[in-house]
Design a protein. Structure first.
Length: 154
């Protein structure tokens, strides 16, 4: 039987955080998968997967901020780039298929369709969730669980 060992919280200095963000930006720029980034950072800094995810999110936000292009403009540029690939007679079938997939993703068409599922919306902000007592949090969790159980039976 294996014993679960709880990792101690790993703190890194501000200097290391800046280095880590630069490393993640570089890896993202090189087209590395998120899983590869998580693995490399975990080995180098000993951070948990969730911590690495936060650093990846921060790095992406900084990259977007430094482009000085609005998200809408970036999406429009990407859309027209992929449209160009679709209409280019020189592009291969594989390139056209990939361009179509990217356009679908940009437009949100790659989302799975939902059928007969009642959605439960809890308009809670992270601050509200943090301010909840353990009992309130448990009740909310049970409400969500019961709702998804009811939905799966229908």
């Amino acid at each position: 039987m294996t014993d679960l060992v709880k990792k101690t919280k790993q703190n890194i200095s501000k200097e290391q955080q800046l280095q880590l963000i630069r490393l993640i930006k570089k890896m993202l720029g090189m087209g590395k998968y998120t899983s590869e980034i998580k693995k490399a950072v975990n080995q180098e800094y000993g951070l948990s997967t969730r911590s690495v995810e936060r650093y990846i999110t921060r790095a992406r936000r900084e990259m977007v901020k430094h482009t000085k292009v609005s998200l809408e403009d970036h999406v429009a540029e990407a859309y027209y780039f992929y449209r160009g690939i679709l209409t280019d007679p020189e592009s291969t079938q594989r390139e056209r298929l990939r361009a179509r997939e990217r356009i679908d993703k940009l437009l949100g068409l790659d989302q799975p369709t939902r059928t007969h599922k009642k959605e439960l919306h809890l308009d809670l902000t992270p601050k509200q969730i943090q301010a909840m007592s353990d009992e309130e949090l448990e009740r909310t969790y049970q409400l969500l669980c019961n709702e998804s159980l009811t939905d799966s039976r229908e």
